[in-house]
Design a protein around this ligand. Structure first.
Ligand SMILES: *[C@@H]1O[C@H](CO)[C@@H](O)[C@H](O)[C@H]1NC(C)=O
Ligand SMILES: *[C@@H]1O[C@H](CO)[C@@H](O)[C@H](O)[C@H]1NC(C)=O
Ligand SMILES: *[C@@H]1O[C@H](CO)[C@@H](O)[C@H](O)[C@H]1NC(C)=O
Ligand SMILES: *[C@@H]1O[C@H](CO)[C@@H](O)[C@H](O)[C@H]1NC(C)=O
Ligand SMILES: *[C@@H]1O[C@H](CO)[C@@H](O)[C@H](O)[C@H]1NC(C)=O
Ligand SMILES: *[C@@H]1O[C@H](CO)[C@@H](O)[C@H](O)[C@H]1NC(C)=O
Ligand SMILES: *[C@@H]1O[C@H](CO)[C@@H](O)[C@H](O)[C@H]1NC(C)=O
Ligand SMILES: *[C@@H]1O[C@H](CO)[C@@H](O)[C@H](O)[C@H]1NC(C)=O
Ligand SMILES: *[C@@H]1O[C@H](CO)[C@@H](O)[C@H](O)[C@H]1NC(C)=O
Ligand SMILES: *[C@@H]1O[C@H](CO)[C@@H](O)[C@H](O)[C@H]1NC(C)=O
Ligand SMILES: *[C@@H]1O[C@H](CO)[C@@H](O)[C@H](O)[C@H]1NC(C)=O
Ligand SMILES: *[C@@H]1O[C@H](CO)[C@@H](O)[C@H](O)[C@H]1NC(C)=O
Length: 762
């Protein structure tokens, strides 16, 4: 059984082998150790690129029965080489010549082309490249008593590994050579083979498989290529009592060619300005340490120092030492802090919260490390003996002052002392300031927010512009800036959030005294409101309705609301609209159809767009009070008359019988009452008119007491009950054009603690 299987396998193999005769040759090709039919000479040749490649394919004797050398064909990487390049020497030898061989690597095969079959006979790999160029730019670096390293440039790529030999020769004894070898473009001599001697010349020999080239022996004096290890900084110190000076000391490296002058370079960088300076210090090679004084430095400033050294004759600096920092002596800060305050109203006059805040000093040179701030304050009318002091490391503080006027001062201090005082006066609680800026106008340009104001009399020494988000409750969230010699202030829009209302206050300053401010509001950028108003309450009638709505919340206005449009529409009817000013929050729609369902929507406009609130519905009444009145009175009178008549008749039956008994008229026929439903035209769109009620804008016109900055916006309604009747205004007739925006409609309906009105930016 098994022998049968083996026999079948052998038969199969044989038939396959006969069909594909070259399979055997391929097996030979794959197995180098098996008997070959031919050899290529030379095998694995390496030639200079661009030269001619000459190869021979020599058939072995035992192969001759298959064919002779005239049947040999050649291929280069599987591409047939033109037969014109073949040279058949005798029946066993075929030669080939390829001129200008430029491939770096190629495979050359010789095949037997016999009875339409190509049998691989032999193959070889051919490489080409260049002999090495002469090495150039030899340069050496000498670390005294440690090593000597030379580097050079090899020139063009040769395609072959190159070995380099660096020869160090005594100039006058050509045969005393010390060498080092490496496969890269550098080689080092290490101790102890390297001895300090100024009489060496250096030569580099480059060698590869195709040949070698060598440089001349170049004399290089070792002190000119000496390089030190980096020095080490020991200290960077100030000398107590001496300002603007730092003393640097450092340790020299030990391995230095003796008795050569040395230069060290000290680099010092002002860490505040990043300004770097250098100073050179001469030493001699015997000194183990160096030191120098850096002068003309800034007070209270950190410096970073690094050092490197060189032998006077050498071309090579040592590497830089590690950096070390030191600080100069401090002086007291020279500039006042930039101080501001926010005065909060309080129910208790004995505890007025006064929020003080200040900005870091911008003095130059810088004030060094600020350790903290001192806040001093005392009542204006008392002596300095009542002065109290607070310390703070933060740039803000809240003081609780009583109703008296106070003088407060803030200084910054460092280890050397305090800055000059920044002083502000806090007015007493009942003090009225008369120097008020009349108008403040805020506007925007493409890039900036611009605030302009009128100059009050007398002329102030300075102004302060204060700005903060309308909804910002934290007094320390405010920004401020002092302005001198100008009635205008500009700030980049990027410093303001878009779609957020900012309150801007301008204060005039008289010495340390801050006068009452004037206000404006501004949006650096507007967009349409985030939500629209929704009709809220209705007062229904038969032919009219009064619709009220609420203002959009401040956070959702995204701009100044300029007007509202009320859209209303009867079932299956035409949509009508009314537009009213932004200070109006209700509108009476007249000439409506009785007993009809209406839908109503309110659109709010700001300068950037509009937003419509949700839809609401209402239904007009079937009858109204007037109807009832007109109906009830005649009926009542008639009934009374009837009763009177009946009583009279009963009492004076006989006397008036003649009068009473004749035909009593039907009371219904005698009533000459106008039936209002019939009188009022149901449809009268042309001539209808409506009424609106002006309501005060509760939130837009925030009112501030200048000395009660955080106070609740207080107002009192005097005639609020009568308000609708008194202030009744007509809605504008049907018009899609928005009415001109009137920012400050006069209002008499309330009194405020202070009559400073917010001027809206136009
Ligand atoms: C063929 O030529 C080569 C070299 O020319 C020679 O060595 C070899 O003996 C020759 N072979 C025969 C069979 O003549
Ligand atoms: C090679 O063999 C062919 C016949 O196949 C013959 O004609 C030719 O003369 C032979 N060439 C040499 C050089 O022996
Ligand atoms: C060799 O070939 C290269 C490109 O293949 C060519 O640039 C060069 O001129 C040739 N040289 C000769 C001598 O033909
Ligand atoms: C020949 O083949 C080898 C190996 O695939 C390749 O590295 C070489 O570049 C080829 N040469 C040419 C001339 O195609
Ligand atoms: C191989 O030999 C056949 C004749 O046997 C010939 O027609 C063909 O051209 C040869 N091939 C090459 C590449 O020389
Ligand atoms: C030579 O010696 C210096 C100093 O000891 C050392 O920093 C450098 O790495 C050494 N160079 C080589 C190539 O070993
Ligand atoms: C040879 O060169 C390598 C790389 O540049 C270097 O690391 C090595 O130290 C060198 N050998 C000698 C003996 O200089
Ligand atoms: C280069 O050096 C290595 C080892 O020192 C050696 O094996 C190789 O043959 C050398 N090559 C040349 C082209 O001299
Ligand atoms: C100083 O330079 C450092 C790094 O080079 C940088 O981080 C820093 O901001 C610079 N300081 C100044 C004031 O230019
Ligand atoms: C640095 O200055 C101090 C004080 O003036 C002086 O005592 C010291 O000798 C100076 N040091 C150097 C290296 O000049
Ligand atoms: C403030 O600091 C000073 C020292 O800088 C200290 O004498 C004083 O007692 C401190 N005052 C308070 C209230 O902490
Ligand atoms: C409301 O704004 C839209 C764009 O958002 C605009 O097309 C439309 O005309 C505005 N309507 C009114 C009445 O301003």
């Amino acid at each position: 059984m098994l022998s049968n299987l083996i026999w079948m396998f052998v038969l199969l193999c044989r038939s396959v082998a006969e069909k594909y005769g070259y399979v055997m040759s391929l097996i030979l090709f794959l197995d180098e150790n098996s008997i070959r039919d031919a050899d290529i000479f030379p095998s694995s040749p390496v030639i200079e690129r661009g030269s001619s490649l000459e190869l021979s394919c020599v058939l072995r004797k035992n192969y001759m029965n298959q064919g002779n050398a005239s049947h040999i064909i050649w291929k280069l990487n599987n591409t047939l080489i033109a037969p014109g390049n073949y040279n058949i020497v005798n029946e066993t030898v075929s030669n080939i010549a390829i001129h200008n061989f430029t491939y770096s690597t190629a495979y050359v095969n010789c095949f037997m082309n016999y009875s339409d079959k190509e049998l691989l006979l032999a193959h070889t790999e051919v490489k080409s490249g260049f002999r090495p160029d002469m090495p150039e730019n030899i340069s050496c670096i000498y670390f005294y008593d440690a090593n000597l390293t030379c580097t050079w440039n090899a020139g063009r790529e040769t395609s072959f590994a190159t070995n380099y030999t660096l020869n160090r020769k005594l100039t006058h004894f050509a045969d005393s050579v010390i060498s080092c070898q490496n496969g890269t473009e550098s080689c080092s001599f290490f101790t102890p083979s390297i001895v300090y001697n100024n009489d060496f010349c250096f030569q580099v020999v480059a060698k590869n498989v195709l040949g070698e080239s060598s440089t001349k022996c170049i004399p290089i004096p070792l002190e000119k290529i000496e390089k030190f290890a980096p020095p080490e900084i020991l200290s960077v110190k100030k000398i107590p009592g001496i300002k603007q000076l730092l003393t640097v000391t450092w340790k020299m490296p030990k391995k230095i060619i003796p008795s050569k002058p040395i230069i060290c370079q000290v680099q010092y960088r002002n860490l505040y300005s990043n300004f770097t300076e250098f100073v050179n210090v001469s030493l001699n090679s015997k000194e183990a340490t160096g030191s120098c004084n850096l002068t003309g430095l800034w007070d209270s400033t950190d410096y970073s120092v690094a050092i490197r050294c060189i032998n006077n004759e050498s071309a090579f600096w040592s590497g830089w030492s590690g950096e070390k920092n030191g600080s100069t002596e401090e002086t007291a800060p020279s500039e006042k802090v930039d101080l501001w305050r926010v005065i909060e109203s309080s129910h208790s006059s004995r505890n007025r919260p006064v929020h003080l805040m200040w900005k870091p000093l911008k003095s130059f040179p810088p004030p060094g490390k600020i350790l903290g701030y001192k806040i001093r304050y005392f009542p204006e009318k008392k002596t300095a003996a009542h002065k109290r002091t607070n310390n703070s490391t933060e740039k803000k503080i809240t003081l609780l002052l009583n109703e008296e006027a106070h003088i407060i001062s803030v200084t910054a201090y460092n280890s050397a002392g305090e800055s000059p005082e920044a002083i502000l006066r806090i007015p007493s609680i009942d003090e009225k300031s008369s120097q008020v800026i009349e108008t403040v106008k805020a506007s925007t340009t493409n890039e900036e927010v611009v605030v302009e104001w009128t100059a009050p009399e007398p002329k102030p020494t300075k102004y302060v512009v204060e700005w903060y988000e309308e909804l910002e409750m934290d007094p320390f969230g405010r920004s401020w800036q002092y302005v001198s010699n100008s009635r205008e202030w500009k700030n980049n829009k990027k410093n303001f959030k878009p779609f957020v209302c900012y309150n801007i206050s301008v204060y005039s300053l008289y010495g340390n005294n801050v006068a009452a401010p004037s206000y404006a509001q501004i949006y650096a950028e507007e967009k349409e409101p985030s939500e629209g108003p929704v009709a809220d309450t209705y007062i229904l009638g038969k032919n009219e309705v009064t619709i009220k709505w609420k203002e959009i919340s401040k956070a959702k206005r995204n701009g100044f609301i300029t007007s509202y449009t009320i859209f209303y529409k009867p079932e299956d009817g035409k949509e009508l609209s009314e537009t009213v000013n932004s200070d109006i929050l209700q509108c009476r729609l007249k000439s409506l159809q009785a007993n009809t369902q209406y839908t109503v929507q309110i659109m709010a406009h700001n300068r950037a767009g509009n937003k419509t609130g949700g839809q609401k519905t209402f239904k007009t009444l079937k009858f109204d009070e007037e109807d009832f009145f007109f109906f009830a009175i005649p009926v009542g009178i008639s009934v009374l008359c009837l009763i009177g008549l009946w009583i009279t008749c009963v009492l004076k039956k006989h006397a008036f019988k003649k009068v009473c008994w004749p035909d009593i008229p039907n009371p219904e026929e005698s009533l000459a009452v106008e039936w209002p439903l019939a009188m009022n035209p149901v449809k009268n769109e042309e001539n209808y008119d409506e009424e609106v009620l002006k309501l005060e804008d509760f939130s837009d016109k925030a009112l501030f007491n200048p000395y009660l900055k955080n106070s609740v916006k207080t107002r009192e309604f005097l005639v609020s009950e009568n308000l609708p009747e008194q202030n009744t205004d007509e809605c504008k007739s049907q018009s899609s054009v928005l009415p001109p925006f009137q920012p400050n409609v006069p209002r008499q309906s309330y009194v405020t603690l202070d009559m400073f009105r917010l001027a809206k930016a136009q």
